[in-house]
Design a protein around this ligand. Structure first.
Ligand SMILES: NC(=O)C1=CN([C@@H]2O[C@H](COP(=O)(O)OP(=O)(O)OC[C@H]3O[C@@H](n4cnc5c(N)ncnc54)[C@H](OP(=O)(O)O)[C@@H]3O)[C@@H](O)[C@H]2O)C=CC1
Ligand SMILES: O=C(O)CCC(=O)C(=O)O
Ligand SMILES: [Mg+2]
Length: 728
């Protein structure tokens, strides 16, 4: 029997799964498709890492490794829901919760060996393993049409907005990049050469012919000077100070950069209590919240709190994550993640929240200048022309180079913070030095790899998308960067392998491409952005959030290079505040539209392998999804109105109706005719039942590892709905 793997993840998407998976399993069975789950949640990955500490019935397999292998085969058909990319505070919270549930797993810092094992789970540890293909993300026309008819609110932009992006003009990754294209397969070594001789940072780095290798460095002294200047500038101009990083995906470099911002903002704290904090294991890299929590047990507690208060009083106003709770932009490194945080700011008119819960202009600090400039272009455009209009604006889809840990998002195991000055070099097996950087203590040096086969596949995907959509495709590459210069050469070569007659294919710098694309969306025109891995991530939140209000409604397909399919759901994350709302008032506002879209693609992928009936299921699901939008059956944000569970009832109902009505497969129609009838008779009552179930607090028995029975009970409160599904 054909199998689709549906991933068991975390937080809101996991809760939604408890409600939606029974629907999918019931319907897929009719097409002979088995839907199996694999647990790649943060909790599941922790348990899989320490089998020797668990009892026989507690032990779980390494589902992520299994799926990583599957993704390299033509058999893969995987639906990947968003999962937590854990910052250290989140990882520690999950460990504590599991220990409380009776799992004898070690503390994070029990030993160096244990820490090293946990560090493999930290940050974005899932997506890079599964992404054995490049990405194709776009707003399906049903979603775009809905947004045009029902435009979401957009904040007004004023011409005198003081909001701007601050980024470095030197001493950063962008300005120090050196790249080489490997003439042949090789084995590289990364070494540090200092006063005391040579030290190997990484040995046995296998590379393939045609692979692009980059090395670059973020210089601590220049970073510190830049941050200090921006803190002063925010203070002088009376705007908020905010930092936007990707501490999850860039799990080695960005927590360090975040920590330097925390240190700069609270100079007295670190001047007076730096040693105390260090002795207590409290690092600025984990944010203010971790320092405050740790300080509770220290004799110096009051002094530490006073020093933090002084930082607030003497510095500029700080952007807030939650004004009511006093949570600032510097509390938790994973609270403000650049891909989602910058578009959210632009969408509301270039403002963030201040301490009093009011919106205010801000300096958005994005230290590395590789990609920061694109946001300034959008900001300048909004200042000059006003907010974009979702009712009329065009669309920017994305074809992203991400396969096989491409570019910066695969650099963690090749990122090092220097503890002395010297030189970092990449050396080939013959002993030739390929790249060389002078470094000083505190500097962050990193190497990136981009394999040739993914680049070739990415160019093909771009040409195919341009052909299928009739839209111009723009490669966002900057000849002034050595990495991009290497890619431009390859793009020009590989474009030659395709029929590009009649297609408009261009190569522009990210700044020019942003301007070009924004000008076009203002005119209602569509453009495909063809980008590297980081811009893939940034743009697939930026444009969707402006165009359709959220990236949750994106179709996100990853055609795997070996023929399988990976279907990501949406382009957004796991929205922790959604769980909070469910726990306090039993309302889940998570929108599963991304799951609906991914599932339809996944069924159609089965059809390409000979199961025509799965294709019928997929097409019927798309019809149902379109109706969900047209008839406004998406979750509301407010308790007492339709929520995630209610939207699952409607998708099940519309899907059954579409299956009963379709004529491609009479047998399938006859299976679903009675189901459609049951929903027609009982659907309204069930919808009411799902609303009446809301209001009171819910006990899930855990946050990172909810109790399965409790979660299922909470997410499937209607016996009548469950009975209809059981009847199929
Ligand atoms: N593919 C993946 O696995 C990804 C995982 N992540 C992880 O998710 C977590 C949160 O990251 P963050 O950057 O805040 O990004 P999110 O996308 O989770 O959050 C941004 C906001 O988008 C809205 N949102 C996103 N998805 C939905 C949905 N399906 N239904 C309704 N609203 C939605 C919510 O806003 P509101 O409710 O205000 O409308 C949410 O607060 C982190 O752990 C991060 O690492 C992030 C991105 C991708
Ligand atoms: O894997 C992650 O941490 C986030 C991924 C992400 O934001 C994306 O792919 O858009
Ligand atoms: Mg993203």
């Amino acid at each position: 029997m054909a199998t689709i793997i549906y991933t068991h993840t975390d937080e809101a998407p996991l809760l939604a799964t408890y409600s939606f998976l029974p629907v999918i399993q019931a319907y897929a069975k009719a097409a002979g498709v088995d839907i199996e789950t694999r647990d790649i949640s943060l909790a599941g990955r922790i348990l899989a890492t320490f089998p020797e500490r668990l009892t026989d019935d507690q032990r779980v397999g390494d589902a992520l490794a299994e799926l990583g292998e599957l993704a390299k085969t033509p058999d893969a058909n995987i639906i990947k829901l968003p999962n937590i990319s854990a910052s250290l505070p989140q990882l520690k919270a999950a460990i504590a919760e599991l220990q409380g549930q009776g799992f004898d797993i070690p503390n994070y810092d029990e030993s160096d060996e244990v820490t090293a094992r946990y560090d493999k789970i930290k940050g974005s540890a899932v997506n890079p393993v599964l992404r054995e293909g490049n990405s194709d993300r776009r707003a399906p026309s049903a979603v775009k049409n809905y947004a045009r008819k029902h435009p979401h609110s957009m904040g007004a932009w004023s011409t005198d907005s003081k909001t701007r992006v601050a980024t470095m003009s030197g001493g950063d990754f962008r300005n120090s990049e050196q790249s080489v294209v490997m003439p042949a397969a090789d084995t590289l070594t990364i070494r540090f050469v200092g006063d005391e001789g040579e030290r190997i940072l990484k040995a046995d780095l296998a590379v393939l012919e045609g692979e692009v290798i980059d090395a670059s460095v973020m210089r601590a002294a220049e970073l510190d000077a830049f941050i200090a200047a921006q803190i002063q500038a925010a203070k002088d101009s009376g705007v908020l100070f905010s930092a936007h990083l990707k501490a999850t995906m860039m799990k080695v470099s960005d927590p360090i950069i975040f920590g330097r911002i925390v240190r700069a903002f609270f100079p007295a704290l670190f001047a007076e209590y730096g040693d105390v904090l260090e002795a207590a294991g409290l690092s600025a890299n984990n944010g203010l919240a971790a320092i405050l929590a740790g300080a509770e047990n220290l004799p110096e507690r009051d002094g530490i709190i006073a020093a933090i208060e002084r930082g607030y009083a003497e510095g500029p106003a700080l952007a807030m994550v939650n004004s009511d709770k006093g949570i600032t932009n510097l509390h938790v490194p994973s609270d403000v993640i650049v891909d989602a945080s910058m578009p959210a700011m632009i969408r509301v008119g270039g403002k963030m929240w201040n301490r009093d819960g009011q919106t205010q202009d801000t300096i958005a600090v994005l230290p590395d200048s590789s990609y920061a400039g694109i946001y300034q272009v959008v900001i300048d455009d909004c200042k000059a022309n006003g907010a974009l209009d979702p009712a009329t604006m065009g669309s920017v889809a994305n074809v992203g180079l991400m396969a096989q840990k491409a570019e910066e998002y695969g650099s963690h195991d090749k990122t090092f913070q220097m503890d002395a000055s010297g030189r970092v070099e990449i050396v080939n097996a013959a002993g030739e030095v390929l790249t060389s950087h002078e470094v000083a203590a505190g500097d962050i040096w990193r190497a990136c790899q981009t394999k040739d086969a993914p680049i070739r596949d990415w160019v093909k995907l771009a040409v195919n998308r341009s052909r299928a959509s009739g839209q111009p495709a723009v490669f966002w590459l900057d000849p002034a960067r050595s990495h991009d210069a290497a890619l431009i050469e390859k793009v020009n070569t590989y474009l030659g392998e395709h029929d590009t007659d009649g297609l408009e294919i261009r190569i522009m710098t990210p700044i020019e491409a942003t301007k070009f694309s924004v000008d076009r969306i203002r005119r209602g025109e569509d453009t495909i952005s063809v980008t590297g891995n980081v811009l893939r991530d940034y743009l697939t939140d930026l444009f969707p959030i402006l165009e359709v209000g959220t990236s949750a409604k994106m179709l996100s397909v990853v055609p795997l290079m070996n023929g399988g399919g990976l279907f990501e759901t949406g382009a957004g994350g796991s929205a922790p505040k959604h769980v909070e709302q469910l726990v306090s008032e039993n309302h889940l506002r998570w929108d599963s539209l991304g799951e609906f879209l991914a599932l339809a693609e996944s069924f159609r992928h089965e059809a390409t392998r000979g199961n025509a009936r799965a294709g019928v299921l997929g097409d019927a699901l798309d019809i149902a999804t379109e109706r969900i939008l047209d008839e406004d059956k998406s979750p509301s944000r407010r308790v007492g109105e339709i929520d995630n569970r209610g939207s699952h009832l409607w998708i099940a109902r519309y899907w059954a109706e579409a299956l009963a009505e379709q004529q491609a497969d009479a047998e399938l129609a006859s299976v679903f005719a009675p189901v459609a009838k049951a929903f027609a008779e009982q659907g309204d009552a069930i919808a009411q039942e799902l609303i009446d179930a809301q209001g009171a607090a819910v006990d899930l028995g855990g946050y990172y590892r909810p109790d399965a029975a409790k979660a299922a009970a909470a997410m499937r409160p209607s016996a009548a709905f469950n009975a209809i599904l059981a009847s199929i």
